[in-house]
Write a protein that binds this ligand. Sequence first.
Ligand code: MTE
Ligand code: MO
Length: 354
Amino acid sequence: MIIHTKEPFNAEPSLARLRASSITAQPDFYVRSHGKIPQLDEKTHRLHVAGEVRTPLDLSITELRDRFTLSTVTAVMQCAGNRRLDMQAVKPTSGDPWAPGAIGNAEWTGVSLADVLQAAGASAEPGLHVAFEACDEIEMPDEGRFNYGVSIPIGKAMSPEVLLAFEMNGEALAREHGYPLRVVVPGFAGVRSPKWLTAIIVQDRPSDNHMQQRDYKLVPAEMTANTVNWDQGITIYDMPLNSAICEPAARAEMKAGLATLRGYAIATAREVVRVDVSIDGGRNWRQAELEHDAEAPWSWSFWTATVDLPKGEHELAVRAWDSAGQTQPAQPDDTWNFKGYLSAAWHRVHVSAT
Ligand SMILES: Nc1nc2c(c(=O)[nH]1)N[C@H]1C(S)=C(S)[C@@H](COP(=O)(O)O)O[C@H]1N2
Ligand SMILES: [Mo]
């Protein structure tokens, strides 16, 4: 793993490793944590469900497993800061310089959040939010200490793909991925999928936690850390269309002639329908071959393209298209923001061929 920070622990895999398998093994799965990774025990861990519910619940992990139907969903988890590195090349931003590896795809097993909300007799009125509380402690200069918390709108919370998960790829969740219980909200930014979950609260407004109110929002380009008005930020829920070249690696020295490019593409609300690659920085394009498992709508698409590389320096580029005919912005300048979120411009990789 490429380690960005040790405390809190933040790391991502190499892109070749990431592209080696459509299901990302736990040891290769990026870790994004804001505080110390808690030491928890599934035998004593409890989950509380409260707020606008008829019957508040207090459940052990065994009770969750026994009372509800198990379900498995293959889904991508992706950080809102994935690919921030490219945005930082435009102008500095806050946050770690994530390459395109702050993403992974796993088979998550758990129980459906909707089933648990239903068992608690939760109201499903539009306008409600489902807030999550976790037990890791975060410390921030202006905020002091607090526990991690976020929320999602009730409509998404009631969708069948949203899980309270205890397994990843058929194994118990590793500590760093949320053992013994985490939320998995397919399609949404990773921040909305709390690890080390302790409570679920149905309420009439979004979470008032720092993570929800003063972070993970897409703010206008003119705002800085000093002038930011968080109320004008767009809360990041659904992730944008994105793609990346995983092979060859940046600055690779290659042999002239036929070369294979490999990468991933991801869309959430819509489908990835086409991926184009270029070997001249985007002046000319050709289509890549797409692999997508039709049974796994929340999974990513892998793509492969064979190109003929002349001798010299080349700027490889990739862009994906979705089913509404939308594509990615050409330059990271187009969406630059001081937090470096949602970096989704054409991914460019410079290589030389001899
Ligand atoms: N409790 C808790 N949950 C959390 C976080 C955290 O710091 N604490 N980080 C979030 C963020 S920003 C991301 S991108 C994902 C990362 O999940 P992973 O580390 O399992 O890849 O977890 C989310 N859930
Ligand atoms: Mo994240």
